[in-house]
Design a binder for this molecule. Structure first.
Ligand SMILES: Nc1ncnc2c1ncn2[C@@H]1O[C@H](COP(=O)(O)OP(=O)(O)OP(=O)(O)O)[C@@H](O)[C@H]1O
Ligand SMILES: [Mg+2]
Length: 149
């Protein structure tokens, strides 16, 4: 368990970039838990930047899933399951969870029963307008994922 504070959206982007350096070439499922506007998408934008993705990452709320190719041949899957019950899904979450890719899921507990045994859970708390606390709760065998954050 690791706890990190950020005091601006820019600091959260930088945290995502650092985390991405530990994710590259690994298959990791990252679950982001936190209220509306806590910073889940902002952290994901940082992760994408750290993976060398140049395309703009937006919240995929109405599309549920976006896929971004990474230069090393992996993909970043960004899912936002907030509206899953309204929109429905035409994809198999298991396919991503069992892939060799990097998967980031906002509002993951909509699909509790489909979540993998190994994952990195990040709980985000909003303390005030600009302050966020990131609680890293690793359920990964590979603990290096939290190094140097
Ligand atoms: N320290 C911070 N870290 C992240 N975002 C911050 C911070 N301080 C202020 N913000 C602002 O909070 C908002 C976070 O929005 P973001 O879309 O990342 O949240 P979210 O958790 O993805 O929300 P949603 O549940 O609607 O998808 C942004 O407007 C951002 O500028
Ligand atoms: Mg979001």
């Amino acid at each position: 368990m690791k706890t990190i504070y950020t005091y601006s959206a820019e600091e959260t982007l930088a945290l995502g970039e650092k985390l991405a350096r530990n994710l590259i070439d690994k298959h990791v499922v990252v679950l982001l838990e936190g209220d509306l506007a806590s910073g889940k998408t902002t952290l994901t934008k940082g992760i994408a930047k750290g993976l060398g993705i140049e395309k703009t990452v937006n919240s995929p709320t109405f599309t549920i899933l976006k896929v971004y190719p990474i230069n090393n041949g992996q993909k970043l899957y960004h899912l936002d399951l907030y509206r899953l019950s309204e929109v429905g899904s035409d994809f198999d979450l298991e396919d991503y969870i069992d892939s060799d890719d990097i998967v980031v899921i906002e509002w993951p507990f909509q699909v509790n029963e489909l979540l993998p045994n190994e994952y990195l859970l990040i709980k985000i708390e909003k303390l005030d307008d600009n302050t966020r606390v990131f609680h890293f709760d690793s359920h990964l065998l590979d603990e290096e994922v939290l190094d140097n954050l």
